[in-house]
Design a protein around this ligand. Structure first.
Ligand SMILES: C[S@@+](CC[C@H](N)C(=O)[O-])C[C@H]1O[C@@H](n2cnc3c(N)ncnc32)[C@H](O)[C@@H]1O
Length: 196
């Protein structure tokens, strides 16, 4: 994700106190968020379809002594009943087994890759599949939110789930909140410094 998008996610971790993080699509962001988890007492579970990237991210985490704060779950892509136009998603059985059953405070959707033929809508199952595992007041961050495929995904999520997404063009992300959420945001955190 872009540096600005990652900074926005880091704000949610540091200022809003989101400690249980699930990331779909691992990479450098996984290592950055694991560092925050070590400092602040959280935990990140990253899901990755590519064996090569699984190896790279696990090695990077080990090298930095972050193994206790981050886990990389390898999940191959396969057909999913909630996909749009047949795009593949992560193996639902692997995720059902390996992800926290409840209490996820931040779901970061940066995978599967949205490029390549038939992959544009591949991130669609994320919210309908995992919403039951989210904590009250959780947020969902979708990266690459300005691309045509992600814009269709956001429209579908809003229509089908009632979640509302704030589309942030400069950061190339959209941040979604539950309709019943009492506006749990970084501005509400008692630890957040007041704006100057
Ligand atoms: C959009 S990337 C995820 C990037 C990750 N969340 C980050 O911001 O560092 C989607 C997929 O591309 C692969 N990937 C990860 N980091 C990459 C990179 N720096 N360049 C190219 N592909 C990458 C992985 O298979 C990952 O699941």
């Amino acid at each position: 994700m872009s540096p600005a998008g990652l900074a926005a996610v880091a704000n949610e971790v540091v200022l809003a106190g989101r400690r249980s993080i699930v990331e779909l699509g691992s990479g450098v962001s996984t290592v950055v968020l694991a560092r925050l988890a070590r400092r602040l007492g959280g935990r990140i579970v990253a899901v990755e379809h590519s064996p090569g990237w699984v190896g790279w991210v696990r090695e990077a985490l080990e090298r930095d002594g972050l193994g206790d704060f981050a886990t990389v779950v390898e999940a191959p892509l396969s057909p999913h009943p909630l996909s749009l136009e047949g795009a593949p998603w992560y193996d639902a059985e692997v995720l059902a087994r390996e992800l926290p059953a409840e209490g996820i405070e931040l779901l970061l959707v940066d995978g599967p890759p949205g490029y390549g033929e038939g992959m544009e809508l591949s991130r669609h199952p994320a919210l309908p599949e995992l919403r039951g595992r989210l904590a009250e007041g959780a947020i969902v961050v979708l990266d690459d939110a300005g691309r045509p495929g992600e814009r269709r995904i956001l429209d579908s999520w809003e229509t089908k789930t009632g979640w509302q997404f704030d589309r942030r063009a400069a950061e190339r992300i959209a941040i979604g909140r539950q309709p019943s959420s009492s506006s749990y945001s970084s501005q509400d955190s008692p630890e957040a410094p007041s704006a100057s």
